[in-house]
Design a protein around this ligand. Sequence first.
Ligand SMILES: [Zn+2]
Length: 90
Amino acid sequence: MTIRARDPLPLLTEAEASPRPRASATRAPTTLVCDACDEPIVGEPGGHGLYVWTRGDTVRYEEPPLCQSCAPTIGICALAGWDREDEESE
Ligand SMILES: [Zn+2]
């Protein structure tokens, strides 16, 4: 998994969300690729990340598909990060 410094942090939203192709992709849904590990997704995605960009008053959302392995891993990492933030603020 490669995370570039300027990429927004992918956050898991709904593990059981309906499959959607990448907003910027022209591929058919049958050739979805995991946004985290770039492996092809066979069948249903394991979940979706969430990217949010703002430019001026424009807010753009993207929910890239994640594979069955990356979706729970990223979700657990996000939860652990939120727990850490809660402990640090107490
Ligand atoms: Zn993956």
